[in-house]
Design a protein around this ligand. Structure first.
Ligand code: PLP
Length: 283
């Protein structure tokens, strides 16, 4: 098989646990070749974000055009896009270069709670980028914000069950992506798939994949893991899916294998990196 080429358009995390540093480790671990168009530098460690230095969107365009024109790209994976202008640049580049597969992680807030995409740029994300997503991977807070921004009535503002998650995933799909993977990590469920009311009841996490048909949904259930090492899990999951798609797996298989990869990465995470929310194991 020829080398599979993945272009990551995302922000740098100086601590190496999230952002394009994590993306590159995951893509390399999957045997694919990673390239980058850096949208912003973050001064960051496991305890929080101390500063953000944006890259001008024109320069992001140059990076994308440079690598597409020479190396070629099988899959584009996006993370922190930092500004409305950069979102426009990315959407235009996806169309101009006829990128066949795009995995869009709608990064808006860091695990430590820092805003990584200004609120006004969310509207641009909805209007210009979502229609070009092969797969969109929101977590629940991101899903809520995307629906609010698109002025779509939120069918379930406080989801209680897997059925609620399925409805939200289908609603987001109506904004344009071919597939939506709604990540349920913010809503740990009981074994009976109800919202856990106590810490002890938290037993499983359910991720919902909607698409490609309007009524098609599939659930992926994993054990709820109690861990400090969750920094970069969203980036790592999206990059693992992007790698699996580049390797020719079906969407279902790509998502399933990526979830198992991140689960194993949390279970074997190094416990001696930083004093805060540490990285997973990128193996
Ligand atoms: N991208 C960058 C540059 C970040 O700093 C972060 C989080 O801190 C993220 C993306 C999102 O990380 P996560 O995968 O934990 O959602």
């Amino acid at each position: 098989m020829p080398t599979r080429r993945i272009l990551v358009i995302a922000g740098s995390d100086s601590s190496g646990g999230a952002g394009l540093e994590a993306d590159q480790k995951v893509i390399a671990a999957h045997g694919c070749y990673a390239m980058t168009a850096t949208t912003a530098l973050t001064a960051q460690n496991t305890q929080g974000v101390e500063g953000i230095h944006e890259v001008p969107s024109e320069f992001v365009r140059k990076c994308v055009d440079a690598v597409v024109g020479d190396v070629g790209v099988d899959v584009v994976k996006t993370g922190m896009l930092a500004s409305a202008e950069t979102i426009t640049v990315v959407a235009e580049a996806i169309i101009r270069h006829k990128i066949p597969i795009t995995v869009i992680d709608p990064v808006m807030v860091s695990t430590s709670g820092h805003q990584l995409l200004p609120q006004p740029a969310v509207l641009n994300l909805v209007n210009t980028l979502l229609p070009h997503a092969t797969l969109l991977t929101p977590n629940l807070p991101e899903a809520r914000l995307l629906l609010q921004t698109a002025s779509k009535p939120i069918s379930s503002d406080s989801p209680e069950s897997v059925d609620d998650l399925k409805v939200i995933a289908k609603d987001i799909r109506k904004l344009g992506p071919k597939y939506v993977l709604l990540k349920g990590g913010h809503l740990p469920l009981t074994r009976g798939h109800r919202a856990a009311k106590t810490e002890e009841e938290k037993a499983v996490v359910v991720n919902v994949l909607a698409g490609p048909g309007d009524q098609e949904v599939e659930i992926f259930e994993t054990e709820y893991l109690r861990s400090e090492n969750t920094h970069g899990t969203g980036c790592s999951l999206a990059s693992a899916i992007a790698s699996n798609l580049a390797l020719g797996k079906t969407m279902r298989q790509a998502v399933n294998d990526a979830i198992l990869y991140v689960e194993a990465g949390i279970k074997t995470a190094p416990t001696d990196i930083g004093k805060g929310s540490g990285p997973i194991n990128h193996f």
